[in-house]
Design a protein around this ligand. Structure first.
Ligand SMILES: [Zn+2]
Length: 362
């Protein structure tokens, strides 16, 4: 019966997804307290609540921080949690980002998959259930408006509204993602002045503005040696041995008798799948660890990197290669470990999925 309802309303569902995409609900600086995330996002909520009303649901606008569309009776509240805000459109679109063009049986537009398509689909699925089956629970589609940024929408919801006793979040993919990886952005910093007079120094590092959530493809570094203490040909030989033993792809280019450029070649991949990439920066840091050590120069940051991070994806040496159902265990251990050994300062995360910390070497 549900399939029949969806089939009969297919064109209407597609049209509603297109109309919702046409509202450019990107966060904007709003001085109007009526629209904490800007008017376009408020418009997207108004559109959805209006549609919910037309379809016969109860609706509520929660001060334009979020809203919900609900049906059913009973004590239990089932939450379906989606969001109406989208990330900025960016460049290089084949079709206009805020139109909802249909081509090759697909709808193209910002938010088509994340999360306007899933929100409209959920609403019509609720309608199909409401029309055909009695339900003994309340089913509530919660519409977040700040998911792509600070999740203030859900903070506000939690303060003012009932928390569902169970629920799911149809966001972006199908059929089911039951857990999500977190990302920890750690800045490892050290004071370099104490090693400036060593026999080997780093003159220049270039990571080519690698995005934080991408496994870096290329990294170059220029090393300067003290020619009175180290012969360049020996130095190059040692570097070659290190590179070969580790099977790294690093090119060496001798600039003169004092300077050499190392170019590390990795393989890029999204940070969600580091195992599909090869980290060019890690290759170089490990090489630096070895070459500095061979010359009896100890640099704490390289030591730490070599012993704890290395080329591992799962944090085996950090002893964080396990998880619990909340997936927070790893992060807790990270913090503990850093706090115990290295940390003097940190920045608090604003987004629960994106933890950003500053680790300053003492
Ligand atoms: Zn989303």
């Amino acid at each position: 019966m549900i399939e029949k309802y969806i089939e009969e309303h297919k064109q209407e569902i597609i049209k509603k997804v297109q109309e919702l995409i046409q509202i450019p609900s990107v966060i904007s600086n709003s001085t109007n307290p009526q629209y904490p995330f800007g008017k376009p996002i408020g418009d997207a909520l108004a559109y959805m609540l209006n549609l919910g009303n037309q379809l016969g649901f109860r609706t509520k606008n929660i001060d334009n921080y979020c809203g919900y569309i609900e049906f059913g009776e009973g004590n239990d509240l089932v939450g379906i949690i989606g969001h109406l805000d989208v990330v900025p459109e960016g460049d290089d679109w084949t079709y206009p980002p805020f139109l909802g063009t249909i081509s090759n049986n697909k709808i193209y537009g910002r938010g088509a998959i994340d999360d306007k398509g899933p929100v409209i689909s959920s609403l019509f699925a609720m309608k199909a259930v409401m029309e055909h089956y009695p339900v003994h629970k309340r089913i509530r589609l919660i519409l977040g408006l700040n998911e792509e940024n600070d999740w203030k929408c859900i903070d506000y919801y939690k303060k003012h509204e009932e928390i569902p006793s169970l629920g799911f979040s149809p966001d972006a993919d199908f059929p089911c993602i039951y857990a999500e990886k977190s990302i920890l952005t750690a800045y490892l910093k050290m004071d370099y002045t104490s090693v400036l007079n060593q026999d080997i120094t780093i003159k220049e590092i270039n990571t080519y503005n690698n995005a934080i959530n991408v496994v870096p493809k290329t990294c170059t570094i220029i090393l300067k040696i003290n020619p009175y203490k180290i012969a360049m040909c020996d130095f190059i030989q040692k570097l070659k041995t290190i590179i070969d033993e580790n099977q790294f792809e690093i090119d060496l280019y001798k600039i003169d008798d004092q300077e050499i450029k190392l170019t590390s070649h990795g393989k890029t991949s999204h940070a969600a799948h580091p195992n599909l990439g090869v980290n060019a920066i890690s290759q170089l840091l490990i090489t630096l660890y070895h070459i500095f050590n061979l010359h009896h120069i100890s640099i704490e940051l390289f030591d730490f990197f070599y012993h704890y991070i290395n080329m591992q994806y799962y944090g085996e040496n950090l002893k964080i290669d396990f998880e619990d159902e909340s997936r927070k265990t790893n992060l807790k251990r990270w913090r503990l470990l850093f706090k115990k050994q290295y940390i003097t300062n940190r920045i608090k995360p604003s987004n629960p999925c994106h933890h950003q910390y500053d680790y300053h070497w003492k």
